[in-house]
Design a protein around this ligand. Structure first.
Ligand code: DP6
Length: 361
């Protein structure tokens, strides 16, 4: 698929005066990270993520035909049943980027009602699940105008649109492992949309667990968008992008051969490299908190003592994602509750695992 294939041809909207579509869409956690991009939302390196099961956004897109055609957008956003203007600029920017592919969006008044399964301001990024849920609602609209589109096209275009809202959202349409970004060893991979990992996944990675420790629920001092921008003049950017490409090759093999020891090493190295990029940006910044480091130390100690395959990863924040295989769940859960949960803000954590992707409501 190339960019032009995503431009909607049928623009006759007479059959849709008003109505609504609802989707539930998951969050995801990257194993090889996306950090650095060029216009329009093209990643500097390919990334791969586990789709999550419990952490999701539910979005309803209500629409009614506008009385008079206009070139601007008519959007109202409700977050958890309250009118919310905070998200509006990001959604308007998203609509500006996608109008070329969905020209009908200027013809309607839209009301977007959205809520997350995870606590408000938990520090868990909601842009992946939020933007993918909205993209899927818009694809349901397109499907109505053009019922013959295939499921593959539906998912690819949903990912393509979601990417234009937030890069990582491109990986939040399907499960269980998604690659976004062109990579020579990943068949059919693309910078334009995410694809399911195209090779057989080893049993060890089925039902993989991700317990998210909420270390700091405050607003981040530096947004992902600003962080990505700082990769433009970053002294280590080039080496980082090359390393990520190599890491994805290695990860692809690990996911197929089930080597848990290699998985642990690679996932943790990716997380620390992401934060090393932040530490060495100009201006530099730190998103980890002291309890982030204490948790990492405790995980390492437990792993050394018990030979567990537990590991951690981080996204652009202080929270820690604790990853472990299904067969270790009892012993690791006991450790998490006794040694890691006391380091979380208000003892808050979320037990999640790998999920299968978005679904309509
Ligand atoms: C650290 O997708 O939030 O989570 O494209 O600007 O919306 P934008 O950025 P975003 O970046 C996510 C970065 C990350 C790593 C990852 O998910 O791969």
């Amino acid at each position: 698929m190339i960019e032009k294939d995503f431009i909607l041809k049928n623009t006759d909207t007479d059959s849709l005066k008003n109505g609504s579509f609802t989707w539930q869409s998951p969050s995801n956690i990257a194993l090889v990270k996306y950090w650095g991009k060029s216009e329009p939302q093209i990643p500097k390196n390919a990334s791969i993520s586990f789709t999550l099961n419990k952490c999701h956004t539910i979005t309803t897109l209500e629409f009614s035909k506008r009385e008079f055609p206009s070139n601007d957008f008519s959007i109202e956003v409700f977050f958890e049943n309250k009118l919310n203007d905070e998200f509006k600029p990001k959604i308007e920017q998203f609509f500006k980027r996608i109008v070329k592919y969905l020209p009908f969006i200027t013809e309607y008044n839209f009301i977007i009602k959205t809520e997350n399964s995870f606590p408000h301001s938990s520090g868990i990024a909601s842009s992946a699940s939020g933007m993918s849920a909205l993209a899927l609602c818009l694809m349901s609209f397109e499907k109505h105008l053009n019922p013959s589109i295939t499921e593959t096209f539906f998912n690819q275009k949903a990912s393509f649109l979601a990417r234009l809202g937030s890069g990582s959202a491109a990986r939040s349409i399907e499960g269980e492992l998604i690659v976004w970004g062109e990579h020579p060893e990943i068949k059919n991979s693309s910078d334009l949309y995410g694809i399911k990992f195209p090779y057989p996944i080893h049993e060890n990675f089925k039902n993989y667990h991700d317990t998210i420790l909420l270390v700091d629920k405050g607003e981040k001092q530096v947004s992902s968008t600003v962080g990505h921008d700082l990769m433009h003049d970053h002294p280590f950017a080039h080496q980082r992008f090359e390393q990520a490409e190599r890491n994805l090759s290695a990860m692809s093999k690990i996911l197929q051969n089930g080597n848990l020891e290699a998985f642990v090493k690679l996932v943790e190295s990716e997380a620390l490299t992401l934060h090393a990029m932040m530490l060495t940006s100009d201006p530099y910044f730190i998103l980890m908190k002291s309890n982030t480091l204490k948790i990492i130390g405790n995980i390492w100690e437990f792993r050394n003592k018990t030979k567990s395959n537990i590991c951690f990863t981080l996204d652009a924040g202080a929270n820690v994602h604790v990853l472990f295989p299904e067969i270790e769940k009892e012993k690791v859960n006991t450790f998490i509750i006794s040694n890691l949960v006391p380091l979380c803000q208000n003892n808050q954590y979320i037990c999640d695992k790998v999920g299968l992707g978005a679904r309509p409501f």
